[in-house]
Design a protein around this ligand. Sequence first.
Ligand SMILES: Cc1ncc(COP(=O)(O)O)c(C=O)c1O
Length: 433
Amino acid sequence: MALLKIVIPAVCLGHACPLLTGVILVACFTRRDRQSVEKQLQQILSPEEIVTLSVRSAFDLLLSALDLPRGSEVLFVPGITIPAMVQLVELHGLQPVGVDPLSPQQMLPSQLEPFVTTQTRVVIISHLFGTIHKAGHLIREAKDLGLLVVEDCAQSFLGAMPANRRSLAAPWPMGFRGHESADVCLSSFGNIKTLTALGGGLARIKDPKVRAEMQELQSTWPTRRTSHRLFTVLGASFFKQFCLTPCLYGLVETLCATLGLDFDGLIVSSVRGFGKLEYIRQQPSLALLECLLRRLREQHMACFEDSSLQSSVAKRRRVAKVVVERLSEEGIDCLTYGDGSNAWWLLPILSTNPKNMAKDLLSYGFDATNTSTQLQRVASIATCKSAATRPSDGKDSLEEQEEKHKPQGTKGRIGEMTKQKRYKLEGLEARQY
Ligand SMILES: Cc1ncc(COP(=O)(O)O)c(C=O)c1O
């Protein structure tokens, strides 16, 4: 079986509305006081949170502050993430190690201990595909094993319900910013994220010493220039219009197919931000801080749990419900794991022939892709110390399943991930991200 991602139509890139674009553009040119914006942000955020240019910037700061011995292992759970996170680990002289998902339906192992060695120092639990994984037991276990727990919530920012509507029945009425017990939680406001600010990251760090070191180091970084912000906003606006203009989109797609160019790769590289390390190591511009402030004040616009409002996620959920039901009537499995708080920013489905299915779906007007150019398997995979302790629910690993179900001549997702390109951060072209 291989994964195929259907992007729920018109929502994935639909956050950068014209009004927001206008506000950001005005913000780029208006003179304001950075300190007062920072103060307003602090009032909204918890004292444990710091604002960064991106999740990657926050992660880089964290690894610098931790200053772990060379060769220490950083365990990615599941062993699937964006290449830049892995590269940052390597850049700090550490060894990234991934834990393969047990099956497409079970992304997290039931135990960590079998994958932990004497070198393991940090475990990164990533909530992928817009879901929130049930990770409480793994976080507790990791803490018992003396590991630092980082939750990568880049794909799962969950707006808080408005104060007067908060219902304790909702799983995350205050919004999901990682589990309380995790040491570090990272949330992203990058391009195509729920409630995007076209950039920005939030890091909640428990240890005051580590947090202070991160803040101190960040203060030595240059501030991102307003002109960069301007290009980001104009680029995103243009891109949104491009995606929402079917004839233009279709024309470029056909052109790419005729010329043998990778259209999916082009789309992915267009939404991925800066790739160079020097761009990651910057403080957010004032215009970005203002946009983030506005986004955080309007969190209910994306609140997962607030179906009474016209939140973007509530709308997506309604569309996803119909699509998932209809696909299951046709015998097609969708990955609907997690704790039910699914943001549906994409809809991963299982197929034995992803290429053909993507073609079919495209012809029916779905934005579907069978390539996985952003999320990739971590190259070095942790081996379970003992088969007896292997957390098994009777299901095969993702790779074994892939092998079993792979029809002749079909290249699945895992096959592509294994052959991942080894990018280098330094000097990397932005378009590779
Ligand atoms: C799982 C995961 N981690 C980290 C990141 C990086 O986030 P940012 O773009 O804010 O650096 C992303 C971005 O797509 C992501 O999907």
